[in-house]
Design a binder for this molecule. Sequence first.
Ligand SMILES: C[S@@+](CC[C@H](N)C(=O)[O-])C[C@H]1O[C@@H](n2cnc3c(N)ncnc32)[C@H](O)[C@@H]1O
Length: 257
Amino acid sequence: MTLDPSPDPRVRTSDAVRDTFDEWVRTGKADGMERRHKRLAELMLERVDLPADARILDVGCGDGWAARMLSPHVPEGAVIGIDVSGEMILRARRSCRDSSNVLFAPAEAETIPWAEEYFTHILSIESAYYWSDPSRVAREMYRVTTHGGAFHILINYYSENPFSDGWETEMGLRLHRLSSPQWARVFQEAGFGEVSTERIPDDSPISAGKTAEQLARREGLQRVGALYVTGRKPILPRSQRARPRPAANPFRILRRS
Ligand SMILES: C[S@@+](CC[C@H](N)C(=O)[O-])C[C@H]1O[C@@H](n2cnc3c(N)ncnc32)[C@H](O)[C@@H]1O
């Protein structure tokens, strides 16, 4: 399935997204993201095996709270967060100053600044529907994932959840409102196997101060649940795996020069 990246060639969707989320940081609107998304992320992560040496990429990491949460669980691995918003990245770096296995970079998910087959896990929470070109992001995710590695995506904005309808107008951004099978197809077409979708209801407490209408929408949204999409990059057949090369001895190389 090829998704139209932008209806208007004069508008770069990711520029508008970057400006919006830069603004969220400046105005304090980003402060509630951890509170709003953390419980769902925990419910998703209950389904994920995370070995101590996992190398995780968080796509659209926002202010880095998920990387901060994951860092102690992968002491022999690493968590890398990328986000199109420079303000989010600055805030993420400040909040993870004491984590030696965490790194953040300003980058678009459509061009992930990393080498092939590095990450064992790719996560993305409440970001995928903002991507200007989801098919391209899925191909990039496939490129940087190890064979046998997996992606895990969580989104509240998808067509089977009527309670998120209207977010596009509220945000003033062009969002991708796909169905569960459409999201699955985006990742299958990028090459991922074992792609599956599941709805995860959100049991987190709802913050006070909402109107009756806002409360009903939030309750509905959480009851229907977030869409969890996952899949795996197939393991290469033994015949295609590269033969392990003997480790280079740096001292021998130094002596030669
Ligand atoms: C609603 S926030 C969620 C942030 C974080 N994952 C969380 O759960 O709190 C969406 C984030 O995705 C980022 N984003 C959207 N489109 C992106 C793209 N194409 N490339 C990189 N980041 C993107 C935004 O800048 C924003 O920080």
